[in-house]
Design a binder for this molecule. Structure first.
Ligand SMILES: Cc1cc2nc3c(=O)[nH]c(=O)nc-3n(C[C@H](O)[C@H](O)[C@H](O)COP(=O)(O)OP(=O)(O)OC[C@H]3O[C@@H](n4cnc5c(N)ncnc54)[C@H](O)[C@@H]3O)c2cc1C
Length: 555
């Protein structure tokens, strides 16, 4: 729902629906940039190649590479391909080195589309358009075309139902699936879609209602977290939920799909599909879902089979067949487990950030945000900050607010460097990995993009988002090395002194009250009479103002 997958500080009362389409979301981001006057601060077509910490000067040296127009829309792999084929100047126009006291990386986690599967030959022979869903080619005409969609994740569930219908009007859609996802209904709007689309523009103008709606969706999502735990209670609830969801799937899709749409792993282990149209669309004779494996690509067709990938070892008798293909859409996901890739970050002592993480077992960061030895460097949506049940946009806001508490010290001249302590980072990561072991992500019986082949899960946060919010709101300062300036030290000492003074006044106050022989009841009575006094004064003033207004009105 857009109300939850948008910024808390920039709620949009004008969404045309509960789950608005992409162009409307893009417009929203444009509007937010305009509102906060940051559009002119964004440098597009610029690739941050490297960040290097200069110890002597205590600043980051950042290498920016300006891209030739259009190259910013390509993934890093595709850009490399252009470099190999046409040379550097076809991709990069200029290099600039800037210095910064603070670097905040917000390079995302699902940015680099997965390429064409290495084990499937024929890619070069295919004559039609072939692209990844994340690089949608608006120029491709689907009318009367045979389309093949590779993958059955969240992206495909949104695009497949639309392809046979206007404005695409594809002739046929063949969707290739390796194993089934758990499909659950998308979060419904209050009153249903029709009612919501008609009434929400008026309703959402009422102050407080957008925030209330956001909170309501947040609470609903948090309730879902019960499904991910390792306890018996969680397993029991998971089973109940699975039965219900499977019953729903079987009610909607044709019987021929019941077997291949029954997952053999626990719900939540892989990312669930919150579906509005996909299951229903499988009743359309133009759409075919198959688990026959993709074997080869030819000029205008694909070869699938023999046999099936799911259920494993079932139907070996199913013969190989050729399916016509005019357009191939890859909805096969992203390169996910290489964090910060392809940005190179070199910290204290010439240490590479990704290598440092690998040496310690896998991608990791203290609160997903900081690594020791990389001072004044913050990661937004870093390792173990994605959620299986809630909004990454909200989690990112929390990480930003957390980072800003440290960045402020530097920008205000109160500190020169902030660097998380080594032992704090190691302890944090150990706790995260230990807690993850108990969750359905690691024990649900699936393989997913959440973790690497060696079982290191650097993707999800094992606790609730309430917990993450709390951690971000109240930093554990003792986990950080802060190099205060004189100004910062003076401020810190003043703050400490004020805290001590308040505490001392409180102790002395309590002591005095006790000495004077007053009890709790007396103190309560005193405050009551004080409150009554204040209220009486307020009423007196209100009457005075009212009388004055009446006399002005009558004259
Ligand atoms: C299909 C799909 C479905 C998703 N569904 C959900 C969902 O339902 N719920 C959810 O919470 N999350 C979802 N996500 C996750 C999603 O990635 C985040 O919600 C959100 O987009 C993360 O925002 P971000 O700003 O951190 O990263 P992004 O939106 O990915 O932005 C990162 C930006 O950094 C740029 N960049 C990367 N490297 C460099 C570099 N070296 N130099 C310069 N720029 C660079 C990229 O080009 C990109 O513009 C989904 C993602 C995808 C792709």
């Amino acid at each position: 729902p857009a109300a939850f997958y948008s910024f808390s500080f920039a709620q949009n009362p004008k969404w045309t629906s509960f789950h608005p389409p992409g162009p409307e979301i893009v417009q929203y981001y444009h509007d937010v940039c305009q509102k906060y006057q940051i559009t002119d601060k964004i440098q597009l077509n610029t690739d941050v190649e490297q960040c290097r910490w200069l110890e002597d000067e205590q600043v980051w040296e950042v290498t920016l590479r300006r891209l030739v127009a259009g190259m910013g829309d390509l993934g890093a792999k595709d850009r490399m391909k252009v470099v190999e084929e046409k040379g550097e100047s076809a991709v990069y126009s200029d290099t600039e080195i800037v210095r910064a006291k603070v670097v905040i990386s917000a390079v995302g986690g699902l940015v680099e589309p997965k390429g064409w599967p290495d084990d499937v030959p024929g890619y070069e022979d295919f004559k039609g358009p072939l692209f990844h869903s994340a690089r949608w080619d608006q120029c491709v005409d689907f009318t009367n075309k045979n389309v093949v969609v590779v993958g059955t994740g969240c992206s495909s569930a949104q695009l497949v139902p639309r392809l046979p219908n206007a404005p695409y009007n594809a002739k046929s859609v063949t969707q290739l699936m390796r194993s089934p996802p758990w499909v659950v209904p998308s979060f419904p709007p209050p009153g249903g879609d029709e009612w919501w689309e008609k009434n929400s523009p008026t309703l959402m103008k009422f102050p407080g209602l957008p925030a209330a709606l956001r909170f309501f969706i947040f609470a609903g999502a948090e309730w879902d977290f019960r499904l991910f735990g390792g306890s018996e209670w969680a397993a029991k609830h998971r089973k109940m939920y699975e039965d219900k969801m499977l019953g729903r799937v079987k009610k909607i899709v044709p019987e021929k799909y019941h077997e291949i749409l029954t997952p053999n792993y626990g719900v939540g282990c892989k990312r669930r599909i919150f579906d509005k149209r996909w299951l229903e669309s499988l009743n359309d004779p133009k759409i075919e879902l198959t688990t026959q494996p993709l074997k080869r690509v030819k000029e205008n067709s694909i070869i699938i089979g023999p046999g099936v990938t799911y259920p494993e070892y079932a139907h070996p008798e199913m013969p190989e067949r050729e399916v016509p293909a005019d357009v191939i859409v890859l909805a096969n996901g992203f390169d996910t487990t290489k964090w910060l890739h392809p940005l190179k970050v070199v910290g204290k002592g010439g240490k590479d950030l990704v290598e440092t993480m690998e040496e310690r077992g896998g991608a990791q960061a203290y609160q997903g945000t900081a690594m020791d030895g990389f001072p004044n460097f913050f990661i937004i949506f870093g390792p173990n900050t994605a959620t299986g049940h809630s909004s990454v946009v909200m989690a990112s806001e929390n990480m930003i607010n957390y980072s800003l508490k440290f960045v402020k010290l530097i920008l205000d001249g109160e500190a020169t460097t902030v660097d998380v302590k080594h032992e704090a980072e190691v302890a944090y990561t150990a706790d995260i990995q230990k807690s993850l072991k108990k969750t359905v992500w690691m024990s649900g019986g699936c393989s997913s993009w959440y973790y690497t082949k060696n079982g290191w899960n650097s993707t999800v946060y094992p606790y609730t988002q309430i917990d993450f919010y709390r951690r971000c709101l109240f930093p554990k300062w003792s986990d950080w090395n802060v190099a205060y300036t004189k100004k910062g030290l003076a401020k810190k000492r003043t703050r400490q002194a004020m805290r001590l003074l308040t505490f001392a006044i409180l102790i002395i106050g309590v002591h005095r009250i006790r000495q004077s022989g007053l009890g709790i009841r007396d103190v309560k009575a005193h405050f009551q009479s004080l409150l009554q006094g204040v209220l009486a004064k307020a009423v007196q003033h209100w009457n005075l103002v009212k009388d004055q207004a009446a006399s002005w009105y009558s004259s």
